[in-house]
Write a new protein. Structure first.
Length: 467
């Protein structure tokens, strides 16, 4: 369980933030000022500090400085009023991870904490250590039972032997990072670093420094020189995951690397070179980002030397059962179980599901079934509810009636789609209608028809108010 220290001199704000963080299974400690926070830090190891910026005696910037002196790896998130954003940005410069503006949005707060924890995990796991080929070579296979994907892998293997830039596209969970590793470990660079940069999880204020490094004194808090990922990946491969999330100003520096193999650390006039091979991925539509002015067109041309698209799992039904059996075997062996068979109904449900989370979601469900299974055969009892839609659904899938099947799948889509946005908007029908381009009155009628209760998606309740 993650330990989070909340620092705020207002009791109401403390309680609201505490409820939000505890709803995500975090262990929360409350203090009312910076001095008390520092005292706690000297006794207890915290993962995250969430602090108000404007507090008497010691403000958020002063607390950030002193907290980082005690624990240089701690994630600090500041909460600020709109008028003090400049001060919050200053705190980012000296080492804070992120800042949020008041009133704090529950989703933004939880997302910021998750990104911070992910960053902390990457530091702890030291992902920049050199891979030992003999230990990972057998893990870099890209297994598939799909003929189209097998043909793609044949092309991928040819490209692996070159130094060309590669663009990998596909939905989240389709295996883009695994394909990037497959390219690296089938290349002449296999004994060099393979550096993964999750561009979506690093705040835009920090990404430039992370990629290109900085020199001591280049900004407040830069107490020492820092190598960026491009330096560390020298002669190896750097994988920029979700490149579509990068700020256009940083895209310009990446474009320079692709053109000239050159870059400069922040604050340094000296030009450095890199021989790193660049592989990028995205789940976004780059053409749309270009039209919206969020992605530089010339950069797109540079990264798109070879474009490999990983189709979603729902379009590879032969891989659904293939991967499920593979994962079940792996997890059952890990848990000292013997699972020999999968029922026909389970296969039918697996094939009828849309798999929005793709292979990642399938792997998680395989693990669940392997753990819950008490015999030698996996049955529908062990599948999560979202795959088991009840008798009517199963009968519709089992029949040859096209219209009946179509109605069932359309209804299933409508329910899942509307619930997703109701959840994001805490049950607010008007906001949901705006997000999905629906008239509010029409949406309310459809919600009633589908039997959806918007109140189920409201947030936590504090003093009679939903948060």
């Amino acid at each position: 369980m993650r330990k989070i220290l909340v620092v705020d001199d207002e009791n109401t704000s403390q309680q609201i933030i505490k409820r939000v963080l505890e709803s995500a299974d975090n262990e929360v400690t409350l203090v009312s000022d910076g001095f008390e926070a520092l005292t706690k830090m000297k006794k207890i190891k915290y993962d995250v500090i969430v602090t108000d910026l404007n507090m008497p005696d010691m403000n958020g910037i002063e607390l950030t400085k002193k907290a980082l002196e005690i624990d240089s790896d701690i994630i600090i998130i500041l909460i600020t009023a709109y008028g003090t954003i400049k001060s919050a940005v200053e705190a980012i410069r000296i080492g804070a991870f992120d800042y949020l503006t008041k009133p704090v949005d529950k989703k933004e707060l939880l997302l910021s904490v998750e990104k911070g924890i992910e960053r902390l995990s990457l530091i702890k796991e030291n992902i920049l250590l050199k891979y030992e080929l003999e230990k990972v070579e057998d893990k870099q296979e890209f297994l598939t039972d799909n003929e189209q994907l097998k043909m793609l892998l044949t092309e991928v293997k040819k490209v692996s032997n070159s130094d060309s830039t590669v663009l990998i596209t596909g939905e989240t969970g389709t295996g883009k990072e695994l394909l990037a590793k497959y390219i690296h470990f089938n290349s002449p660079r296999r004994k060099q670093h393979f550096v993964v940069v999750n561009c979506a999880s690093i705040p835009k204020q920090s990404l430039e420094s992370e990629l290109f490094g900085h020199i001591a004194g280049s900004f407040e808090g830069a107490s020492r020189d820092l190598k960026g990922y491009f330096e560390i990946a020298e002669n190896g491969t750097i994988f920029l995951d979700e490149i579509g999330k990068i700020d256009p100003l940083v895209q310009i520096k990446i474009l320079r690397v692709l053109k000239d193999k050159q870059f400069s650390r922040i604050g340094d006039s000296k030009t450095q070179t890199t021989n790193a091979r660049i592989i990028v991925s995205t789940s976004d539509n780059i053409d749309t980002l270009i039209r919206e002015g969020k992605f530089i067109q010339d950069l797109y041309y540079r990264i798109n030397v070879f474009d490999f698209h990983l189709t979603p799992l729902r379009e590879r039904p032969d891989d659904i059962i293939f991967y499920f059996k593979k994962f079940v075997k792996e997890f059952s062996e890990r848990n000292n179980k013997v699972i020999k068979d999968i029922s026909a109904d389970v296969k039918k449900m697996l094939l009828s599901y849309s798999w929005p989370g793709n292979v990642t979601e399938l792997k998680n469900i395989s693990e669940r079934c392997s753990i819950l299974c008490e015999g030698e055969k996996i049955t529908t009892d062990y599948l999560p509810e979202r795959l088991n839609h009840g008798k009517d659904h199963k009968e519709a899938i089992a029949s040859n009636d096209f219209n009946k099947n179509k109605r069932a799948r359309v209804k299933e889509f409508e329910i899942n789609f509307i619930k997703k946005f109701l959840r994001m908007n805490k049950g607010n029908v008007t906001a949901t209608a705006r997000d999905i381009n629906f008239h509010p009155v029409t949406l309310r009628q459809k919600i009633i028809k589908l039997g959806i209760n918007p109140k189920e998606f409201k947030g936590l309740k504090l003093n009679g108010i939903y948060i």
